[in-house]
Design a protein around this ligand. Structure first.
Ligand SMILES: *Cc1c(COP(=O)(O)O)cnc(C)c1O
Length: 729
């Protein structure tokens, strides 16, 4: 099926524009505005109706249209320009941003992650973890950091979300049509390679490898849906994050063990292995086995693995890490650890964590023990993480536990609106990407006239509302939905009103209900005829999380409540596309996790880079990002029960809205420009963009983590010593 895809599409394309196929199959186009323009120009309605999916678009574009494009000088000029830029991006450039930068790894880094959010046409992500992984590989492509990525192909991905008229989340799993996805069946240079065998308990299963081109980076995805496998094994890779423990363990073994074997089959020999979150830890076990096969002692083998392994942890809550019962480990991991020549107890000791569920195998503890370096994803998260895992380093005081902090960043070309970037290039200077992390460059945002910046902000908001209304119209036209639902989807939103977004996973600790604590007070704020406010909610509940679904329902009922005059909306199916529109288009980005439960968060960074003001609890990245002038901190809580925390934070939210946010927004000059507000917008862009860009982040990974591959051998004699000492954040 898919081999034909290549041939058919290729033949259909007139020779003059035949490379459109190659362009469509490299996700480079997705973060390069010119690349997007080519497909938009080819057929705008198909571009829109395929959800911006050029692979699918090319399959459906008529022969006449293609022939016409191949004769159209305007299109050809764009095509030639973009193909030249694409070719250049594959071979040239790739410098660090800013002045100088650390040396890049001398060989290939193998990056393992259970999810990647690169583009909606490849739905192999659930949320923030995947977005980070996607942003990392895009940045590595832009900066020419030699990296290959390894992940899992989920043909059913995460679910698509619909909300019923009663506010119940409905999950739709649709089978991905591989012909419409930007993936290639044969990852091997000379055609298709072998299936990768893995022993899982009593039977062998086989894994197929897909390849995705992400600029210069190759992403390899494991897929178990092949004829050689039994039906239940074929379904193993179907969905992201099954709730079933046993299924999950089997998936993680396939990801880790299969990934290592796949790279060997591809003759890729990484100098360093980067494990993103504990999902990927079995990669270390397989490499331990390979080291032992060289005939060296277990201790030596562990040291060798550690010298080439770095690990990033993302979960600040003990219960959020993977733990597996010893019985399950016996069942599935026995044939992985038996070749190590160790007894069961010694093996299980590698996953021991006295701090939480000590009678289980803790994957994060295992990953720490097998990694030479480890990091958390914000300064505050570093502190929390060093405290949580200190028992693994009993001889070290907490502040010296060797877990670094590398605060997350976001891929600027993916998240900053081209309108904002172009404005900056005009007033701040060209070569924005080279200056991405330079505070001096961004501080010149003060040179942009307030009215000009304000106009860009307003037009982004209008575009967001248009997009929301287009979706509502499609749902109204195509599906059986009620008028109330269409209103709840945001069809009455008003581009004039101060617009707040609360958009993220509906996890309990994120407290989506907080602003609804006092409905009457909120109604007064929202429906003030002179200073209207509107709130856009979006986000998915985990399919197995009943409590979260209740919270979602509560929010949805507010969107249906006529007393809010259609000024509360719930946008269905929060994904990369919806996120991109929202982080650009609203005025205020609200976030209020229960404290110390957000490792970093990245959506507020995306918002700030677009001049959307962050309004958040000082948790995760905002604890280091907030400077008193670039947004607001919900900061009145000084200890107490979760109920007291909710109460205090809700008060703080209302007070800030009533006394600061709403008045500032509506304080206008006679041309309608809110100068005080725009001043904060400028402060947000200028402080957040350089400090939280992915380029800054990758410099830190190169400097503090990837440099390990080229460092001289250290004396290392126990699995705990030999770590770099963590910064004290
Ligand atoms: C950025 C992003 C996230 C992560 O956002 P948080 O700040 O962690 O809430 C999650 N989902 C999508 C689709 C995103 O774009």
């Amino acid at each position: 099926m898919t081999e034909n895809k290549a041939e058919n599409e290729f033949e259909k394309l007139p020779p003059r524009i035949s490379r459109l196929f190659e362009l469509a199959n490299n996700l480079w186009w997705s973060w390069n505005e010119e690349g997007r323009q080519v497909f938009r120009a080819l057929d705008y309605s198909l571009w829109r109706n395929t959800g911006h999916n050029p692979v699918m678009q090319l399959r459906h574009t008529s022969q006449e249209k293609l022939e016409a494009a191949a004769r159209d000088p305007v299109f050809l000029e764009l095509y030639d320009m973009v193909m030249a830029k694409f070719d250049e991006s594959q071979t040239k450039g790739g410098e660090w941003c800013g002045e100088g930068g650390p040396s890049k790894p001398a060989g290939t880094v193998a990056y393992f992650s259970a999810e990647y959010a690169i583009h909606n046409s490849l739905p192999i992500y659930a949320g923030g973890l995947g977005v980070l992984a996607g942003d990392i590989i895009k940045e590595c492509s832009d900066r020419s950091i030699p990296l290959v990525a390894v992940g899992f192909m989920y043909p059913q991905g995460y679910f698509r979300q619909r909300i019923s008229s009663e506010g119940d989340q409905q999950e739709q799993y649709t089978q991905l049509n591989f012909d419409d996805a930007p993936i290639t069946e044969c990852a091997w240079p000379q055609g298709c390679g072998p299936l990768i065998p893995i022993q899982l308990a009593d039977r062998q299963i086989y894994v197929k490898i897909w390849q995705v081109h992400v600029g210069r980076v190759n992403l390899y995805l494991m897929d178990t849906n092949v004829e050689e496998n039994q039906p239940q094994d074929r379904a193993l890779s179907a969905r992201l994050y099954t709730a079933d423990q046993e299924e999950r363990l089997r998936q993680l073994i396939v990801l880790g063990v299969g990934g290592v074997r796949a790279l060997r089959e591809l003759h890729i020999e990484p100098v360093l292995w980067h494990a993103n979150e504990d999902h990927t830890a079995f990669m270390m076990l397989e490499r331990l086995r390979l080291e032992r096969a060289k005939g060296i002692s277990l201790d030596e083998a562990i040291q060798n693995v550690r010298k080439q392994t770095v690990f990033t942890t993302h979960t600040p809550v003990a219960a959020g890490h993977h733990v597996f019962s010893f019985q399950l480990m016996d069942r599935y991991a026995r044939n992985l650890w038996e070749p190590l020549g160790v007894d069961r107890d010694s093996f299980l000791a590698l996953g021991r964590f006295p701090g939480f569920a000590p009678e289980r195998f803790n994957l994060t503890a295992f990953a720490f023990r097998l990694s030479g370096k480890a990091n958390a994803v914000s300064k505050l998260h570093g502190k929390v993480t060093r405290k949580m895992w200190q028992v693994l380093w009993p001889d070290l005081p907490e502040d010296q536990v060797p877990i670094l902090s590398i605060t997350n960043g976001v891929h600027l070309p993916s998240w900053q609106s081209p309108d904002v970037s172009e404005l900056c290039e005009k007033y701040l200077g060209t070569d924005l990407e080279q200056k991405e992390d330079m505070a001096a460059y961004w501080s010149r945002i003060d040179d942009v006239p307030d009215g000009t910046l304000w106009q860009v902000r307003q037009s982004l908001k209008t575009r967001l509302i248009n997009a929301i209304q287009f979706r509502a119209q499609q749902r109204w036209t195509l599906d059986a939905v009620t008028t109330q639902q269409v209103i709840a989807m945001g069809s009455l939103l008003d581009p004039y009103a101060l617009t707040i977004a609360f958009s993220r996973r509906f996890a309990e600790y994120k407290r989506p209900y907080l602003i609804l604590s006092d409905i009457e007070r909120l109604k007064r704020i929202i429906t003030n005829p002179e200073r209207p406010v509107q709130i856009i909610f979006a986000g998915k509940s985990h399919p197995a999380d009943y409590l979260s679904k209740q919270l979602l329902k509560r929010v949805y009922l507010a969107a249906l409540d006529k007393g809010f005059q259609g000024r509360i909306a719930f946008v269905e199916d929060y994904d990369l596309n919806v996120a991109r529109e929202l982080v650009r288009g609203v005025d205020v980005w609200m976030n209020h996790p229960r404290r110390l439960q957000e490792a970093s968060g990245t959506s507020g960074m995306k918002a700030s880079m677009n001049g959307v003001l962050n309004f958040s609890v000082r948790d995760g990245w905002w604890d280091e990002g907030f400077n008193g002038k670039n947004g607001w901190a919900i900061d009145d809580f000084h200890g107490g029960s979760p109920e007291e925390e909710d109460k205090s934070d809700a008060q703080s939210i209302y007070n800030l809205l009533e006394n600061q946010i709403v008045p500032l927004y509506y304080q206008r000059d006679r041309h309608g420009v809110p100068h005080g507000w725009v001043k904060m917008v400028k402060e947000a862009i200028k402080t957040v963009t350089p400090a939280f860009s992915a380029c800054r982040m990758m410099k830190e990974y190169a400097q503090n983590m990837y440099s390990m591959a080229s460092q001289p051998k250290k004396e290392e004699n126990n699995p705990i010593e030999g770590y770099e000492i963590g910064n004290k954040g």
